[in-house]
Design a protein. Structure first.
Length: 240
């Protein structure tokens, strides 16, 4: 039988489902989800402190209820816990947005919200070690990984840009210039969301073919150079 190391260190009382352990599990869930929510809120994501706390608290309550029911009914299948995480998954899917620039927004926050629900379940089950280890690794992923991930993406040979041209007549000229710079056009898609703006807007997938560009230039520098073309109204890298 598995006994959580932290529960074992706290003593026999922590293994029982009493008022004290219920309060401990709920408080742990709220504290950890508040920290996760603060991290998301400081980066101006829609799902902030309240959303993460509510999700984690609901999952913790569902797990505690299941534990109480399982105590009197040994074969109880933990239905409330399963239903709660399914509900969180639905919320997460609906919170992912596709912008007019064909960019995906909120994917990481949705995943963090789902992970927060899992942390709520493990806290409610009294698995404190799993809860804390998962929380620490989640915070590392959210706080420290973005910079590393951005550096990897910026050095990739493939990237996609949101391109706004003053006229569709300049598209061929843009393609020719890009090839001269050592870029290959993998795909071009017209963005109909800007049909009434007076601009010709495209999503363009590019690959770096020139050895010099691969060695010395980053995506930002390449995009900055393309942005100096007189017929380019705006250009930026798309973040997926």
């Amino acid at each position: 039988m598995y006994i959580d190391p932290i529960v074992k260190a706290l003593g026999p009382w922590a293994q029982e489902l009493s008022l004290a352990t219920i309060v401990l599990r709920v408080c742990l869930s709220v504290v950890l989800s508040t920290i996760i929510g603060c991290e998301r809120a400081t980066k101006r994501h829609a799902a902030g402190v309240r959303t993460h706390v509510v999700v984690s608290l609901a999952c913790t309550a569902a797990m505690l209820a299941d534990c109480c029911l399982a105590f009197s009914t040994p074969q109880y299948p933990y239905l409330l816990s399963a239903a709660s995480i399914i509900g969180v998954s639905v919320i997460c899917v609906n919170s992912v947005l596709y912008t007019s620039r064909n960019q995906i927004k909120g994917l990481t926050t949705s995943a963090a919200l789902w992970a927060c629900g899992i942390i709520g379940l493990t806290a409610g089950a009294g698995l404190f070690t799993i809860t804390l280890v998962t929380f620490i690794l989640l915070m590392i992923s959210l706080s420290w990984m973005p910079g590393f991930e951005s550096e990897l993406k910026d050095r990739s040979n493939h990237f996609e840009v949101h391109l706004e041209l003053t006229s569709s007549q300049h598209l061929q000229e843009f393609m020719t210039t890009s090839r001269k710079l050592g870029l290959a056009i993998d795909d071009i898609e017209l963005n109909p969301a800007y049909a009434s703006s007076g601009l010709s807007v495209y999503s363009v997938a590019l690959s770096i073919k020139s050895a010099e560009l691969k060695q010395y230039k980053t995506h930002k520098e390449i995009i900055k150079a393309l942005g100096t073309l007189e017929y380019v109204y705006h250009i930026e890298e798309m973040q997926n």
